[in-house]
Design a protein around this ligand. Sequence first.
Ligand code: ACO
Length: 403
Amino acid sequence: GVEVSSLIKEAGVVTLDPGFTNTASTTSAITYIDGDAGVLRYRGYPIEQLAERSSFLEVSYLLIYGELPTADQLTAFTQRVQRHTLLHEDLKRFFDGFPRDAHPMPVLSSAVSALSTFYQDSLNPFDEEQVELSTVRLLAKLPTIAAYAHKKSIGQPLLYPDNRLGLLENFLRLSFGLPAEDYEIDPAMVKALDLLFVLHADHEQNCSTSTVRLVGSGQANLFASVSAGIHALSGPLHGGANSAVLTMLDDIRASDDDVDTFMTRVKNKEKGVRLMGFGHRVYKNYDPRAAIVKKTADEVLGKLGKRDEMLDIAMRLEEIALHDDYFVSRKLYPNVDFYTGLIYKAMGFPTKMFTVLFALGRLPGWIAQWREMMNDPQTKIGRPRQVYTGVVERDYVNLGERG
Ligand code: ACO
């Protein structure tokens, strides 16, 4: 019955900002977003230019070290990452311990957590060389771990990484290859995956990145901090939306509803019915990442020979929404997740893997943000305040005397 506003007054100079919608937790020189103008830049470079001309490992370098690499720096970085893709045999055995149908997301975070038991030589967050080693190990091993989580969930044997291959080529081979067969790497698939990872590589202080920073602010090591970030990403309001879009499109296709009937249900706000993949907390004009994915989705799906009914349904939904007053007046536009799931599906990944793929793309951002924080003399342990709303004070009552 107590007004929260009066409690805030009592607490003194404390800001109550649930969800931190208007509280900056840090300064950062990594990623710039202008939600009204639909602008996203990594280290000052527009996402459109990076998507068209850069690559995932180059963008990883840019985010982590602050500058685009020279040709020699990129070659050295790429080779270093490629050399570290193998997992320790004992870590490989971890995958046998999970239930056969384990969701790959908790398998991913558990295995990353376990990395700190295997690499105790690189846990000091203030030793530059050790941080560098952990950085390379994470970038190299996360795709291997993700592919193994997928393989185990479908009951297939685990392959060894082939270090002659590029990081993403290796990942695709580990995900889809079989021991007795040559796996033919499709360059269109590599290009599409690379592009999607570039688009997901960082997004400033979102839920998982803020988690990585908060855990790291207590001086926990990089593996522990990233593992916590993966857990944060797993929630359906965050990384899980990309699979929700696919479930929605599947439901529309399987039901007797046509697209118009579904949209009427959305606009009538039927319980639990939303146009998934639409709307964003920050972008209120358009999500620049969605614009890029849309442009390439059709092309990529065409190249992969997977242009299907689901893409048509998605395009029709978008077409209706872009001209409908319900969506226009609420500034609801497609977000990055509207088309990504369709591309991942066309590549052959099951829906359960979509959020894992998001984690692979977001990894360089987590690392860059963690390193920026560790090097910032202003960093303090993250410790939010609260406004207490419980009983003020009362006397303890002995067990036998309680009503
Ligand atoms: N479909 C239908 N109506 C919607 C949708 C949607 N996808 N999103 C918002 N609305 C409506 C709300 O009902 C509300 O209507 P009202 O003003 O009549 O009450 C209005 O638009 C504002 O919505 P909020 O939920 O207040 O907007 P908020 O900024 O808090 O939420 C969010 C943003 C969570 C992304 C929301 O748009 C949503 O749920 N979208 C679908 C899920 C999704 O795609 N999430 C992925 C986000 S991107 C990412 O994580 C990479």
